[in-house]
Design a protein. Structure first.
Length: 289
């Protein structure tokens, strides 16, 4: 008679036997990872984008093709929507870009068909193109007004290495005087001169020879600083004093500063013989409120 028990007998080499605890270890299900562990151990999968992409740019809504956003490889938009980066979505599922969307339509129009913005928006769109690193759009905008003219203007201002420092000095002096006097505006004197040497109508015939054929001692006789708050010049270019005045007023206005100016005379400092300084002096009025 054969007796069958409820426990099977294990036969064979004892070394080949496997304990129940060992078997459980080999076939144990992995524990469910916590959120922290998942973030550390499991990298985010590449983000998939639809062919038609809904966008929320700073609260303004746009819709465009994925291929439009990837039109130029070396741009921020192409990188953002390459799938390598995670782009958050709003409550409606639109992909969110935390940027003012006022001029984003102009960005899309260029990516779609190469359209450029009207002149009054060129500067603002240029700033956005810099943010999104859209090189072809930057190149196109730099070749039209007003940016093309700005390049010429900056080339002229490059002849005066202390131009920006002098602008800051004008602002600081005007602010200090207004605060000291508790006044709404402040006035200061500014000298703007193009030529290094003094010129008067009857001196013109002798100007060139005196300028290029003078000794070191004579040079020192002509060294002179006008009694003004700030002095711009000299420079060698076709642009004249009025052009530089326009640059000064334009750049101060761009800083939100209201400025008026008028010529109040010339510097009458006597230098040598019948030569006087004759550099024009302008009164600048800075209004603070």
């Amino acid at each position: 008679m054969v007796v069958v028990t409820g426990q099977n007998k294990v036969s064979g080499n004892p070394d080949d036997a496997m304990s129940s605890s060992d078997a459980e270890d080999d076939f144990q299900e992995p524990a469910t990872p916590t959120a922290t562990q998942a973030g550390q151990a499991l990298p985010l999968l590449p983000q998939q984008f639809p062919e038609v992409v809904p966008l929320n740019v700073g609260g303004m809504y746009f819709t465009t093709r994925l291929s439009t956003l990837r039109r130029y490889e070396d741009t921020m938009l192409a990188a953002m929507f390459s799938g390598r980066h995670y782009i958050p979505t709003d409550a409606e599922g639109r992909y969110f870009i935390d940027r003012d969307g006022t001029y984003f339509g102009d960005i899309l129009n260029f990516l779609r068909s190469g359209d450029l913005p009207p002149r009054e928006r060129v500067r603002s769109v240029y700033k956005e193109a810099q943010y999104y690193s859209i090189g072809p759009l930057l190149d196109n905008l730099e070749d039209i007004q007003p940016l093309k003219g700005e390049k010429v203007r900056q080339a002229f201002l490059g002849l005066m290495p202390y131009y920006k420092d002098h602008l800051e000095r004008i602002i600081e002096i005007a602010k200090l005087r207004a605060m000291q006097r508790k006044a709404r505006f402040a006035k200061l004197k500014v000298c703007v001169f193009k030529e290094e040497m003094p010129i008067t109508p009857y001196e013109c015939p002798h100007f060139n020879s005196l300028r290029f054929e003078r000794s070191e001692s004579e040079t020192k006789l002509f060294e002179h600083h006008c009694e003004v708050d700030v002095s711009f010049g000299p420079w060698e270019a076709v642009a004249d004093v009025y052009d530089l005045l326009h640059c000064i007023v334009t750049d101060l206005s761009a800083r939100g500063i209201t400025v008026d100016h008028q010529c109040i005379g010339v510097c009458d400092k006597h230098l040598i013989n019948h030569y006087y300084c004759k550099r024009p002096i302008y009164e600048f009025k800075i209004t603070w409120w």
